[in-house]
Design a protein around this ligand. Structure first.
Ligand code: KG4
Ligand code: ZN
Length: 340
């Protein structure tokens, strides 16, 4: 079979990204224009501002992705784009661009689920890695435990009942004065603190679901109590103790499921998969059980378009293309394509 070269576009949140990916595994370019500096001023992503920034950047980002890949549009076999879940205005910018290109170039258009993209990031750096495996998807918007039975067959076996884990990282970081985005900042500060300094509660939920709103409130309550009692608030200890509580919670559920399903491969995906503590703890638990662990480099954990190009390849080879009526779906569910 000839090589399949896909131009992928991702604009679901605050990164304007484009990439060129060959056969779902080889990344020729991966350009990411981050809006973090803009949103920092507001303490979080402002949807309207995100859409405007995507419009300003998208053309340049695509040109740069082609240039870095030493490609022209004629080398491209299909255009892939994230169509959900995400911010509707932000998604629409990428989608309009992808449709225009697919129409003008007469190439197939492939809509990709953002979470499927995060999962597929695991295929990029290890060409041998393939389903079935259990994937812990931890991002700013999602916390899912997914049994990836095949490239296009997903069963969600657990998910958060309230906040996403990344959201909890960002909110706690903000409350201790670290700013946005908080995840990487807590990751850096936590090793200086004592993770046993404060015992934050772990949600007691049956089965494989998660909950993070309790621990987030516990951090805020702890800080209020310190203020009332005139006790010193020590951010490094809060960062370490909070990170310990949430990392242990997701690790516990992941291996509860891995043991029950007799899984021999585990992967992590999404922005929080870049967290050093999570990576270390997952590795320890996998080593104990002789389970293979896979995780992407940090740049492929947070939002990027290479992961969208990787996921799109498996749609392409099954001839699953989309029409010009493809729309942005902000709350798109992860679906099992095999049974569609
Ligand atoms: O996957 P992502 O880039 O966007 C979404 O799809 O949501 O994830 C962003 C989230 C943010 O909440 C950010 O704080 C978190 O990932 N994050 C981290 C780290 N790097 C990014 N959280 C903990 N430790 C990190 N090193
Ligand atoms: Zn994401």
């Amino acid at each position: 079979m000839n090589d399949i070269t896909i131009l992928a576009i991702e604009t679901s949140c605050d990164e304007t990204a484009a990439a060129v990916v060959v056969n779902g595994r080889k990344v020729l370019s991966n350009v990411i224009s981050s809006q973090i500096d803009t949103h920092k001023k507001f303490g979080g992503v402002v949807p309207e501002v995100a859409s405007r920034k995507h419009i300003e950047k998208i053309d340049h980002v695509i040109d740069e992705a082609l240039e870095k890949a030493a490609c022209t549009f004629s080398d491209i076999d299909a255009i892939a784009v994230t169509y959900g879940p995400g911010l509707v205005g932000a998604l629409l910018v990428g989608l309009a661009q992808a449709k225009a290109l697919a129409f003008a170039l007469d190439k197939p258009l492939i809509g990709v689920h953002h979470i499927e993209g995060h999962i597929a990031a695991n295929y990029i750096e290890n060409v041998e890695f393939e389903p079935p495996f259990l994937c812990l998807v931890v991002s700013g918007g999602h916390t899912h435990l997914v049994h990836v039975k095949d490239y296009d067959e997903f069963t969600i076996i657990g998910k958060t009942r309230d906040d996403a884990i990344g959201e909890a990282f960002d909110k706690v970081a903000r409350s201790i004065g670290l700013g946005y985005p908080g995840g990487p900042k807590i990751d850096r500060l936590a090793p200086e603190g004592d993770e046993k300094y404060i015992e934050f509660p772990k949600a007691k939920i049956e089965g494989y679901d998660f909950s993070f709103s309790g621990v987030k409130s516990a951090v805020l309550n702890y800080m209020n109590q310190c203020k009332m009692k005139g006790e010193e608030i020590i951010p490094k200890h809060i960062a370490a103790s909070f990170q310990y509580a949430v990392v242990e919670a997701v690790v516990e559920k992941t291996f509860l499921a891995a043991d029950a399903l007799k899984i021999d491969k585990v992967a992590i995906a999404g922005g929080v998969a870049a967290n050093s503590k999570l990576r270390t703890r997952m590795q320890e638990e996998c080593d104990q059980r002789k389970i293979q662990l896979q995780y992407p480099s940090p740049i492929l954990c947070t939002d990027n378009a290479a992961m969208i190009g990787a996921a799109a390849y498996y749609e392409f080879i099954h001839g699953r293309y989309d029409g010009m009526d493809l729309n942005a779906i902000p709350n798109l569910k992860l679906s099992n394509k095999k049974s569609d």
